[in-house]
Design a protein around this ligand. Sequence first.
Ligand SMILES: Nc1ncnc2c1ncn2[C@@H]1O[C@H](COP(=O)(O)OP(=O)(O)OP(=O)(O)O)[C@@H](O)[C@H]1O
Length: 307
Amino acid sequence: MMKYTFILNPNSRSGMGGMIWETIEPELIKRQVEYECLRTDYPGHAMKLVRELTADREEHILAVLGGDGTVNEVINGICDISKVTLGYIPTGSSNDFARGMKLPKDPLKALEVILNPGEIKKMDVGLLTRAGKERRFAVSTGIGFDAAICHQAAVSKLKVLLNRLKLGKLTYVGIALNRLFHDKPVKAEVTLDDGVTKQYKKVYFIAAMNNPYEGGGFYFCPDARSSDRQLDVIIISNLPKLAVLLLLPTAYKGWHVHFPGISVMQCKKVCVKMERALPVHTDGEPVFLRKEIKAELLKEQIRVISA
Ligand SMILES: Nc1ncnc2c1ncn2[C@@H]1O[C@H](COP(=O)(O)OP(=O)(O)OP(=O)(O)O)[C@@H](O)[C@H]1O
């Protein structure tokens, strides 16, 4: 039996992660599971811990306990993607990775899956390149309005409060409304798979998605399959702000795709050039402001323990 290495972000969902671990660990001890737990102390720590751990390029089982941001860091730290099996206990506020991969939300059920897998799925890993720098993603990368929301949520005190009240998702709703009314849509050029470049007017955001949900349950790319060797790209453009506001709730069900102004396409690579530098995110974690980004997939897939 291989050892499980837990990567724990005690601070996920504003401190819930640590409390959830206290219900997980006794279960591991009770079942005599061989494990070690690496705790993160600061942003960026999960990536560093995983880089050091996987530098031996041996097989590892990494069980992540945290939010999408922690999954993102772990994926970015892995030295050899093909050597790692990933398990996941979602303890974040948005949990789009778990939703997309159909993993249980309940921590003890998620642990059960890790210890008794139904299936080991192969998952594509996204790769964002901007200004010569690379960052991997499990769920999605986006530029514009969706990333602006992540940027603001990352510094939001409201998120801490709402997480305590188990209303973390509301943070995103509040910030989304705020951003929608303050940010101006821009022109953009989009090139899929080295094909023709298309121009878009009044672009709110462009996201390249490996999994179908982002932003805490928005079913932006209902056809995105994390093992299909494709990215699904969504562009929201050429609409008045009020229309975007009315459309957003329909995206919880994936109905937005039927409306004008919403383009959803599939590709292996997408290059985006915005009129001006805008916020960018990978898996909901802010990565600076950029004008140009490229999203594609890594050659290697990662194994994910699934129900
Ligand atoms: N000990 C720590 N103290 C403060 N921040 C940390 C710590 N460990 C990790 N982080 C950072 O916390 C951030 C948020 O973590 P994570 O995404 O896992 O949880 P979340 O924000 O609650 O969930 P979600 O992304 O699903 O909304 C990440 O950017 C991560 O780098």
